[in-house]
Design a protein around this ligand. Structure first.
Ligand code: ASP
Length: 325
């Protein structure tokens, strides 16, 4: 049997070999991922968190950019499902000696990983790599393009709290220009019937944003009115060349989430942030740490479950209790 057949069966209701983005996934495929992740949350809350669905499989995490939450949770996810997990840090690899992305991909491919989890600073790089390897590839964030597992974990967090995604009003606020998180969230929320408002200064919001099927606001107070979810984005200063803002102090004044601006949202609105947070820049500590309103820690918990679900589905080692709802 060829290796491709052994390691990458396309599971019945998920029609993709790789997970490169949310764009192109159907509502049924998103629901399958979320339902599978729901079952993983229960597993992760047990004392014995280990299962063996992925026994015998190899997962390589290849990160060309820094990461805390994403890399750690992919590692935990693979280990909780019984896979052999290897973390490749670019710092200690031949990439430092000038090896190209594709040569690195071919080298790793020769070691027969079943899943490659890849983060890269360039949009499109993960897709390029996926064309060269035999196993399944999961995009763990490519440039400002997509971060599909972040959008899935955000959706899972919202669905568990609100019981649905359909019909919710979600505000995504801040540095949209550089945000792969925002893009993936917009695709997912639109596909699942939520309404999205994008709130940002004109310099951080390209014109094309309106073509994504969202309402655009430059005035945060107006944009937040009546929203069920307020999702804040990090100001990605490492991706900015040139002056996008007069100062971070002024940015906080107009676009930072504090208790006064939050009061304009729905009285039961929840606050989210993908992390890492810039406290006092895009979010005030008082709201970030509000245990009744902030879902930030819960997002991290859901991250492990969603990544387990992605691994199970892409390897075809799906658990049984994932009926659509
Ligand atoms: N951790 C997220 C990402 O990798 C968000 C951020 O860095 O601001 O895109």
């Amino acid at each position: 049997m060829s290796r491709r057949l052994m390691t990458s069966p396309l599971p019945g209701r998920f029609g993709h070999k790789h997970l490169l983005g949310i764009e192109g996934l159907s509502p049924d495929e998103i629901t399958l991922l979320l339902n599978t992740a729901d079952a993983c949350v229960e597993q992760n809350r047990r004392v014995d968190k280990k299962q063996s669905h992925l026994r015998g499989l190899t997962q390589i995490n290849l990160f060309f950019e820094d990461s805390t939450r994403t890399r750690t949770s992919f590692e935990l996810a693979g280990k909780r499902l019984g896979a052999d997990v290897i973390n490749m840090s670019v710092q200690h690899s031949s990439i430092k000696k000038g090896e190209t992305l594709l040569d690195t991909a071919m080298t790793l491919n020769a070691m027969s990983p079943d899943v490659l989890v890849v983060r890269h600073p360039n949009s499109g790089a993960v897709q390029l790599l996926a064309q060269k390897v035999t196993g399944a590839v999961i995009n763990a964030g490519d440039g400002s393009h997509e971060h599909p597992t972040q959008a899935l974990l955000d959706a899972l967090t919202i669905r568990r709290r609100k019981g649905r995604l359909q019909g919710l009003l979600v505000a995504i606020c801040g540095d949209f220009l550089h945000s792969r998180v925002a893009r993936s969230n917009i695709y997912l929320l639109n596909a699942m019937g939520a309404r999205v408002r994008l709130i940002a200064p004109p310099t951080l919001l390209p014109r094309e944003a309106e073509r994504l099927g969202v309402e655009v606001f430059h005035d945060m107070r107006r944009g937040l009115a009546g929203c069920d979810i307020v999702m804040m984005l990090r100001l990605q200063q490492e991706r900015m060349q040139g002056a996008f803002l007069p100062s971070t102090r002024e940015y906080f004044h107009f676009y930072g989430l504090d208790a006064e601006k939050l009061a304009l949202a729905h009285p039961e609105a929840f606050i989210m942030h993908p992390g890492p947070m810039n406290r006092g820049v895009e979010i005030d500590s008082e709201v970030a740490d509000d245990i009744h309103r902030s879902l930030i820690a819960e997002q991290v918990e859901m991250g492990v479950a969603v990544r387990m679900a992605c691994l199970e589905i892409l390897t075809g080692r799906l658990r049984n209790d994932t009926g659509a709802r």
